[in-house]
Design a binder for this molecule. Structure first.
Ligand code: AMP
Length: 281
């Protein structure tokens, strides 16, 4: 496994693979890797000849009061984990390597589907994601790119701009990896105190309860209210609890496959999760 910190170095490392038409898989991350990230790499390993993982904490997707400065940076540990799952190349550029010294005048902004859910409480976040992911796509030029369904809105936004801009690669969504108690794995779980970590699985529990309630015929609005109540009782401060189609369009009744989305804070740590509830006629 190689680690490249410059675009030039990465290009030199990838050129032989490109010349021999190897299938290149790409997993973008912000590092501090856990099993969720590693499962993306394992999926990439199955489909691709060469697997590239980027580790880059992207400043422009963080809001002014978010955790950019404190975001955990653990490159040595990440490298060991990636070597074990068969990553070929780590791309770990500096902010200057990615953004240069000249001001950036170009933005990539996906309308409509970025406006609510996480977009509402994180203005500009998805523009920052779209810009960095597009830059990384252009640098790596993969055949396949792998993203987790944990960040389902992000995955949908990426699929949208890849289609809109004819970016020549296939986006693969990978299911959420959870801890044994159901908590979706996240680098931000490391911010939780012991007591908060013990409370955190309430998100997934409330989503699974909601699934059962919907299958038993309870009204969607009541089911969403029950999730909110459970989260408040577990000590969360709700950001949103919403139901959408898998394409992120609003739904008012459970009459089709429906996704439930939660974002909620425990102290200052914001956690997100989602669940697809299948509609059974
Ligand atoms: P991040 O490092 O948080 O930017 O995440 C990098 C990629 O890993 C994104 O595509 C995330 O959706 C994905 N990811 C993070 N946590 C999980 C998880 N628990 N299950 C599946 N994918 C995940």
């Amino acid at each position: 496994m190689k680690t490249e910190t410059t675009i030039q170095g990465l290009t030199a490392s990838l050129n032989p693979a490109r010349a021999s038409r190897k299938i290149i898989g790409f997993v973008p991350t912000m590092g501090n890797l856990h099993e969720g990230h590693l499962n993306l790499v394992r999926e990439a390993r199955k489909l691709c000849d060469v697997v590239v993982v980027s580790i880059f904490v992207n400043p422009i997707q963080f809001g002014p009061n978010e955790d950019f400065e404190n975001y955990p940076r653990t490159l040595e540990q990440d490298s060991r984990l990636l070597a074990d799952v068969g990553c070929d190349i780590i791309f770990a550029p500096t902010v200057e390597q990615m953004y240069g010294k000249q001001p950036r005048l170009t933005n990539i902004s996906v309308a409509d589907i970025t406006q609510d859910l996480c977009g509402a409480s994180r203005p500009g976040h998805f523009d920052g994601v779209a810009v960095v992911v597009t830059k990384l796509f252009n640098i790596v030029q993969p055949n396949y790119a792998f993203f987790g369904e944990k960040d389902y809105q992000q995955l949908t936004v990426i699929r949208q701009f890849v289609r809109d801009l004819n970016i020549p690669l296939e986006v693969i969504g990978v299911p959420i990896t959870r801890a044994a108690d159901g908590l979706a794995l996240s680098s931000r779980n490391g911010y939780l105190t012991e007591a908060q970590r013990a409370a955190a699985p309430a998100i997934y529990r409330s989503l699974k309860q909601a699934e059962q309630n919907l299958h038993e015929g309870q009204a969607l609005s009541d089911v969403l209210q029950t999730i909110k109540t459970s989260l408040t009782e577990a000590g969360f401060e709700e950001d949103y609890v919403e139901a959408r189609t898998p394409q992120l369009q609003p739904v008012t009744a459970f009459e089709q496959d429906t996704m439930l989305f939660v974002a909620a804070k425990l102290g200052s740590t914001r956690l997100i999760d989602n669940l697809l509830v299948k509609y059974i006629e």
